[in-house]
Design a protein around this ligand. Structure first.
Ligand SMILES: Cc1ncc(COP(=O)(O)O)c(C=O)c1O
Length: 446
């Protein structure tokens, strides 16, 4: 693309290296199904569902039509003191998909806001029950919960924290990372088994240090997505649930990536058979088309908050939290159409089936290539981890990312991981194109 074509003086891009981007811009102007069109007319395969969002593929007419119809019907209504019909319907559909008694949906606009919302609910819930001293949060090393101060504080990706570390929330601790690079380097469609118990540290060090009675919540992603698709050991989430129950600690699953089909099930919670107290979602809920996020809370949380104000006057507010765009009617109309589409096309089951095709293709193609030190696949996602160029961590993956883009495949990089997470509509031919292009690039960057 000719860099002179756009005025790039004003748009400060999120996350990528802006200076390099300006010299080598990558600009999309259209998308359909699995494919983007660049401004210079090239086709690029979306190997990452546009950052885990576009499960049903691009330009889906039922979603587009629902949005257009909603704009002509109720474009927007304030979220405070009044509701709108689409928000109630979307919440009903989301709660119906969620396991157990995860029934109460608080809407927001992004995964970052969902992280902050769930943390605020945890504090308010404990206070409502007379346990306001529970204020410690426990995240996990290399976890990602967005870019807000709450999410950053419980998050554990060092580069995201470094510059802001003096301003992060106090009273936060982190579980150790879940990956064993020696024994679990190559995993295909299985749950890694640990010889030791990675949660002993929680029971023997972290809980005694803070005292369990001071801990508000543990927040984890079922699978560590942003860090590079790192899988929890077998039984890990069940045991985490047991430990939290034993000590009255809330368990929050951040399912911004694993929610709505990525694991071949409704949520990661279903895949692992564990019901958290709160479940954060965003991204796929509208197929990425319009921002929408939220937190699904179990009944006991909502009930406790309502009960605490039961004797207050009827204008008393139970929870001082919300966003101008909470439950935006257009976003909720998009969510309703998206969830209908997922169901009609049975796309979650399809994600599970195509996940096996992706896992097999990645393992058979990458395993013996130079610098490949790990391949992890589960659900419809997989990561291939590379050895770094000495002194330049992340550079090899970045070079391969740029090269693959030039050759028509968009992948995602996380450190030295190349991550694939295609839309659920992906065909075997697309997977073949992705892994062949990446394999060729790995060889040329050896
Ligand atoms: C697990 C998880 N939580 C939260 C977020 C933040 O979401 P957003 O970028 O919509 O704020 C992400 C984004 O990738 C995520 O993967």
């Amino acid at each position: 693309m000719a860099k002179e074509k756009f005025n790039m003086d004003n748009h400060w891009l999120p996350f990528p290296p802006n200076r390099h981007f300006r010299e080598h811009p990558r600009v999309f102007v259209a998308a359909d199904g699995m494919t983007f069109t660049t401004d210079d007319g090239r086709q690029v395969l979306d190997g990452v569902s546009s950052l885990w969002c576009v499960g049903a593929g691009h330009n889906r007419k039922p979603i587009n039509e629902a949005i257009k119809k909603q704009l002509d019907t109720l474009d927007y209504a304030t979220a405070f003191q009044v509701g709108n019909d689409k928000a109630f319907k979307a919440a009903e559909m989301i709660a119906a998909l969620a396991p157990g008694d995860l029934n109460k949906v608080l809407f927001c606009n992004s995964g970052s806001e969902a992280a902050d919302t769930s943390m605020k609910v945890a504090l308010a819930y404990h206070r409502a029950r007379g346990e306001g001293h529970r204020s410690v949060f426990i995240g996990r090393e290399r976890g990602y919960h967005g870019a807000g101060f709450g999410g950053m504080s419980v998050g554990g990706i060092p580069a995201n924290r470094k510059v802001f570390s003096t301003a992060l929330l106090p009273r936060v601790d982190h579980l150790r990372f879940i990956h064993d690079p020696v024994n679990h380097a190559f995993i295909n469609g299985a749950e890694p088994e640990w010889k030791e118990d990675p949660l002993l540290e929680l029971e023997q060090r972290i809980l005694p240090l803070h005292d369990p009675s001071n801990i508000a919540a543990v927040i984890v992603e079922p699978v560590a997505g942003s860090a590079g698709w790192y899988l929890p050991p077998k039984g890990y989430l069940k045991r985490l649930r047991e430990i939290c129950d034993k000590h009255g600690i809330l368990l929050i699953f951040d399912e911004v990536i694993t929610g709505f089909g990525r694991m071949g099930t409704n949520f990661g919670a279903d895949f692992y058979g564990v019901v958290p107290d709160m479940l954060n979602f965003a991204k796929c809920v509208t197929n990425g088309v319009i921002p929408l996020g939220g937190v699904i809370c179990r009944d006991h949380i909502y009930d406790a908050m309502m009960k605490s104000t039961a004797t207050s006057p009827d204008h008393a507010i139970e929870f001082f939290h919300g966003y101008t765009y909470s439950g935006h009617p257009v976003a909720c109309a998009a969510a309703i159409a998206t969830l209908d589409l997922f169901k009609q096309e049975n796309l979650f089951a399809r994600a599970g089936e195509m996940g096996k095709v992706l896992g097999d293709a990645m393992h058979s193609t990458f395993r013996d290539l130079p610098n490949v030190i790990g391949i992890r696949c589960l659900g419809l996602a997989g990561a291939v981890e590379l050895a770094s160029i000495a002194g330049l961590p992340g550079k090899r993956a970045y070079n391969i990312f740029l090269d693959c883009f030039e050759r028509g495949v968009l992948l995602r990089i996380a450190g030295e991981n190349l991550v694939l997470s295609p839309p659920y509509i992906v065909e075997a031919g697309h997977i073949d194109q992705m892994v062949t292009t990446i394999a060729d690039s790995i060889k040329r960057h050896a």
